[in-house]
Each structure stands twice: as C-alpha cells, then as structure tokens.
Design a protein around this ligand. Sequence first.
Ligand code: AMP
Ligand code: FES
Ligand code: ZN
Length: 300
Amino acid sequence: MKCRRCRAPAVIDVRRHNAGFCRECFLHHCREQVRKAIEDFDMFQPGDRVLVAVSGGKDSLALWDILRDLGHDVDGLYLGLGIDGYSDESGVFARSYADRTGAKLVEIDLPTAVGFDIPTGARLAHRAPCSACGLSKRHLFNQAAADGGYDAVATGHNLDDEAAVLFGNILHWSTEYLGRQLPVLPAGNGFVRKVKPLVRLGERETAAYCVLAGIDYQVEECPMAAGNRHLGYKDALNAIEEQSPGSKHAFYFGFLEKASPLFTPEAASEQEHLQQCARCGTPTTGEVCAFCRLVERAHQ
Ligand code: AMP
Ligand code: FES
Ligand code: ZN
C-alpha cells in the first residue's frame, strides 16, 4: 500500500478514509483532523490559553503534542487520582512528556487537595468509583482552568469515546445528556469552555500517532473501569465499524448535524436553573454541588 499523499510506502491504513499514510503524512493527517475540528466547531482562536487535561494515556498526550505543533498556547493539567498501581505510573508519563518538551504541566494531587483518593472517596460516599472519578475530574478541571485564567479546557475524548457515550445515551434515551453531548460546551455561569479536539480521530489513530511521534504513554486502562458499560458499547461499535468502516463517524457526526439540536432546549432549560454552590461557588442545580456533597460524605 502506498501513502495517499506522497506515494511513499504506507506504514498505516485508515479504513474509514480508505487511505494509507507514510509516517510523516500520517502525523500531518492527525494534525489536520484536529485543526479541522477546532475550526469547524470554533473551539478556540490562536492566542487563547488552553489547558489540556493529560491522563498519561495515548489520547491526551497526542492531543497535547498536536496542539503544541499547531502553535496553540497550551499547558497540561494532571490529576493524581490515587488509584493503586495505575495513578503513579500515569503521572510518570505526563511528567516525562513535559520534561522532554519543556511544556508546562500543572499538577493536582487529589488526596492532598481534598483529603481522599478515588477508591476511598467512592467507597465512603457509596458511589461507583468511575462516577466519583468523573465528577471529581469535571470539577477540578474547571476549577484549575478558572484559577489559572485559561480560556478553555481540552480533553482527549476521541471519536470512539464520543460514539460510545452517544450509543449509551440513545440506548437509554437520556435526553438531558443528549442535549449536552457536544464537542464544545461554551463558557458561562462560572464554567470554563470545554472542548474535545480529537472528535475526528479514532483511538487506533491516537495510539499510532504516539508510536510514530515517539511519545511514551500508559498502555494499561484504569483497573476500576474493567467491565463497565462503555467498554461494551465500544466493542459493539467496533464490530459494526469492522463490517462497514465509517459507521462511527457517520453515527456521531450525523447526530451532531441532524439530531442534537432537537435536544438542546431541554439541556438549556436545565442550565437556566443553575445557582451557585453554597460551599464552592460552582454552578449547580441544588444548593450544594455534587462534588461538595461527595467531599462531605467522604469525610463523614
Ligand atoms: P477518561 O474519563 O479516563 O476516558 O478520560 C477522558 C479524558 O479526561 C482524557 O482524555 C483526559 O483528557 C482527561 N483525563 C482523564 N484522567 C485524567 C487525569 N488523571 N488527569 C488529567 N486529565 C485526565
Ligand atoms: Fe477514574 Fe478509572 S480513571 S475510575
Ligand atoms: Zn461545590
């Protein structure tokens, strides 16, 4: 197989695009997909300060690298979640990228910042670990970005992640989530803008990007996620994609174009009822936000 752009021998094929690429042209292809996502969804402008949430995995490290290559003003944010046998190693990958490239990494250690790690906090608060973890991440990403004066927080969610979440939300007709499942959530009400610049790239592409760009990343997945529903949705979508390449892209981007606006009024009306959390000031529908309730229950 030959590279679609330069006709040199290809090192990877992307079936969705029915194309093979050599190393250089593949890295270019990935940057182009990110550039296009940023432009199409008006994620941020040159000169905006962006905080990338970096887990040490392939997606967020590829994203950090690509945004720097594209010339954006971007720092990394690493959250130490205190998950045994996983978090220590993930921090090493995030730090080693920062050290090697001279990029700035902001670090927050959950046990130091709030007094508990994810497994302990989840147990004490009677929440599933992934739910306590997601809640803590969303809260701390926003807080770190607001404190640091950033214009946007970027996460490494890729096409596979977004298609799997969409699949789950449709399977259960979670209409309140469908209205907010967008690659950009605008700033407002105390929330910093949230963006997902990898929505045009699949997980196989971000892994290949890291390998070809010489970026070491944590290969293991979080042990707490084993057996969770999303992994099942990903397997189901992978089986469909295998049969007809391009299905995930059509599913997700078709939703954004044709269906997502139908659900935005419901999501918008929920936003109207936001008030400030009595403890931390974060916008919330209740008196105290879900994160502060988690902290409270974990300390009881
Ligand atoms: P996940 O929720 O693990 O699928 O991760 C989704 C995105 O959240 C990643 O691509 C990162 O951008 C971000 N993220 C996950 N874990 C961390 C972490 N420990 N520190 C900073 N960012 C993270
Ligand atoms: Fe949060 Fe696994 S990364 S529970
Ligand atoms: Zn709060």
